[in-house]
Write a protein that binds this ligand. Structure first.
Ligand SMILES: CC(C)(COP(=O)(O)OP(=O)(O)OC[C@H]1O[C@@H](n2cnc3c(N)ncnc32)[C@H](O)[C@@H]1OP(=O)(O)O)[C@@H](O)C(=O)NCCC(=O)NCCS
Length: 152
């Protein structure tokens, strides 16, 4: 039986540590001193004028060596400054620190920005596209293995 709560707690303690290491890069790209705030498995980067970015990171329910990224979002005025790439780097470092060897996420096929971001960071499509019957969106399952990579 996978200790989901324990694994998610490990992610929750590794995230602020990894954020501290990347803080100078976030400050430079965001032009301020963002604070990291957590609500359940969602993490918010807040500037004095409001939420600037967010992401969700949690353990895959059926495999303790895999984690799932979702809800990566950067405020419009901060896009294309490298913040999304840094958030992906942060999530990857957290996963490594938690000894996870697979990252997973689903992306809309038409989301060029997110697909570019992931492919640039070494992610690849797993299998064919599929349709979410509730939304009609065409999605891709994207993944990246971390096995053998050093912990930052
Ligand atoms: C996807 C998202 C998080 C990217 O954030 P970002 O801070 O703009 O990303 P970065 O600045 O790190 O850009 C990373 C790369 O993607 C490229 N990129 C950004 N927007 C792009 C677009 N609309 N089309 C193509 N490439 C794009 C950048 O040029 C950069 O590539 P480069 O280094 O080769 O120039 C942001 O666009 C966003 O919040 N979108 C809405 C929410 C969303 O779709 N989330 C994904 C859910 S799965």
């Amino acid at each position: 039986m996978i200790d989901l709560a324990g694994r998610n707690a490990a992610i929750q303690s590794a995230t602020p540590e990894a954020f501290t290491a990347l803080r100078p890069a976030f400050c430079e790209r965001m032009g301020g001193e963002p604070a990291l705030v957590r609500a359940d498995n969602t993490y918010y980067l807040r500037n004095p004028d409001g939420t600037a970015a967010r992401f969700n990171l949690c353990v895959f329910p059926n495999c303790g060596a895999a984690c799932v990224l979702c809800d990566l979002w950067v405020a419009k005025q901060l896009r294309r400054k490298g913040v999304g790439g840094l958030l992906l780097q942060l999530q990857t470092q957290v996963a490594r620190r938690c000894r996870m060897h697979l990252l997973l996420c689903t992306v809309r096929q038409r989301n060029a920005a997110m697909l570019h971001l992931l492919e640039q960071a070494g992610w690849a499509a797993a299998g064919s596209c599929f349709t979410n019957p509730e939304t009609g969106n065409t999605l891709r399952l994207m993944c990246r293995t971390l096995e053998g990579e050093p912990i930052a």
